[in-house]
Design a binder for this molecule. Structure first.
Ligand SMILES: *Cc1c(COP(=O)(O)O)cnc(C)c1O
Length: 419
């Protein structure tokens, strides 16, 4: 918790005390540490420094312009999965030739936008998509660089909802079809098949699935090269896990060792697409206690943040660490469920956590919420999207304004014939 620490018992993000942000911006709010993001990027890029590898930040983990810009400034490219993310990456100044585009359902319109921008690479997930890319590229007199996304049929041993590399998952093409794919690509007028890609899932805490998948990819790459296909690159995807709760995550060095051992000797350019790993531990959701309800079976701490702001606990059974912003040194701990105000039983942010006495008005932070937090939020129950704040040393700035209810209402239109 080096970028998140206590001074005189008050939780700070770098040099900024959270109560200051709560007073000035209100709650709930996401708060990110720029130094934490920088140190994550540096740690991973240093661990991989001896390998010919480019880092493409998976924008879907946190697509705020300031976050993308910060990572772009460190040298990261981007991994995008929609035209919206492509536009965001370009708007944040990521050079097009450092953008890779994945996703099973790219529409022709999205493909067109990516070809117009001259992106580095499409990760192609099916034969019909390959044909669509060739058609669109041909129609504008261009040729698109594509990598075949292979589904290595390896169990990532992560939550079922974020497992993507098993044969029954919708992602990628089976290994057995790869050679045929390259032959077909060679016959199409406006695509160049330059490599292979994969991504077996998210929040991987075990390196063995990586080892198995990368080994399969290496074997496949060698086989294709023997058959005369000119491969240039291997995109290894993202998925590196972080430490929520009591998790133990692999170190960048351990991960780099697996990369080196399995695919380091192929003579191919490598790419990785970390999302969560870059930003997950660099952010928290700051909330305020509205009520404390003592039940006979349980104590409920009702906070102003809810599942629409942070859906990970209820969607993935994720366990975010809970910290009282002040008063944490009290010794008497009692279990509590931390819930939001939404009319859903699934609206909780943490369950059965030991907490000291808390009172209405206290601030509570949910840690490790920098990835798949703000980006997955919704306005359910007509709750406006919450602000995002970036702290950098003693400086801080609101990097997304709190939405207003007026804005929510203004998005609707009532047909004339109804009134
Ligand atoms: C989601 C995704 C990533 C990033 O996953 P993380 O677990 O956040 O690292 C990388 N590549 C692709 C293709 C993805 O869909």
């Amino acid at each position: 918790m080096t970028h998140f620490h206590r001074r005189s018992d008050v939780l700070h993000v770098e040099d900024v005390a959270l109560p200051v942000l709560a007073d000035q911006v209100g709650t709930p709010a996401y708060v990110y540490s720029a130094a934490a993001i920088r140190s994550r990027y540096t740690a991973l890029s240093e661990a991989l420094a001896d390998l010919d590898v480019s880092i493409h930040y998976a924008v879907k983990a946190n697509s705020n312009q300031a976050v993308i810009k910060l990572l772009g400034g460190m040298g990261a490219g981007a991994d995008v999965v929609s035209a919206g993310e492509l536009a965001r990456a370009l708007a944040a100044g990521i050079p097009a030739d450092q953008i890779v585009f994945a996703g099973v359902g790219k529409t022709k319109d999205e493909i067109r936008q990516a070809i117009d921008a001259d992106i580095h690479l499409f990760s192609v997930e099916s034969q019909p998509e390959l044909e669509a890319i060739s058609q669109v590229a041909a129609s504008v007199g261009k040729s698109a660089r594509v990598a075949l996304r292979v589904n290595p049929d390896v169990d990532a041993k992560t939550h079922a909802k974020i497992t993507t590399g098993k044969a029954e998952n919708k992602f990628g093409v089976e290994i057995g079809f790869a050679a045929d794919f390259f032959t077909r690509a060679a016959a199409l007028p406006a695509v160049r098949a330059v490599g292979l890609s994969m991504h077996i899932g998210s929040q991987l805490l075990d390196l063995l699935p990586y080892e198995a998948a990368y080994t399969r990819m290496a074997d496949l790459a060698r086989d294709l090269m023997r058959k005369g296909h000119a491969l240039e690159l291997l995109d290894l995807g993202g998925g590196l896990g972080i430490e929520y709760g009591a998790d133990k995550a692999p170190t960048p060095k351990d991960y780099a060792d697996v990369v080196r051992r399995t695919v380091g000797g192929l003579g191919l350019k490598l790419a990785i697409e970390p999302g969560r790993w870059m930003v997950g531990a660099a952010g928290l959701l700051l909330t305020r206690v509205v009520y404390v309800k003592e039940g006979s079976a349980k104590r409920f701490v009702i906070v102003d943040g809810a599942m629409n702001d942070l859906i990970r606990p209820t969607l993935y059974e994720a366990e975010h660490r809970v910290e009282l912003v002040s008063g944490a040194s009290e010794t008497a701990q009692r279990p509590a469920d931390l819930v939001g105000p939404i009319c859903e039983t699934g609206d909780y942010l943490a369950r059965n956590r030991d907490l000291p006495l808390v009172n209405a008005g206290d601030l509570i932070a949910f840690l490790d919420a920098g990835a798949y937090g703000a980006v997955m939020s919704s306005t359910y129950n007509s709750r406006p999207l919450v602000p995002e704040i970036l702290v950098d040393g003693a400086k801080w700035a609101v990097i997304r304004e709190r939405e207003t209810v007026a804005h929510l209402i203004a998005r609707d239109t009532v047909p004339e014939w109804l009134v």
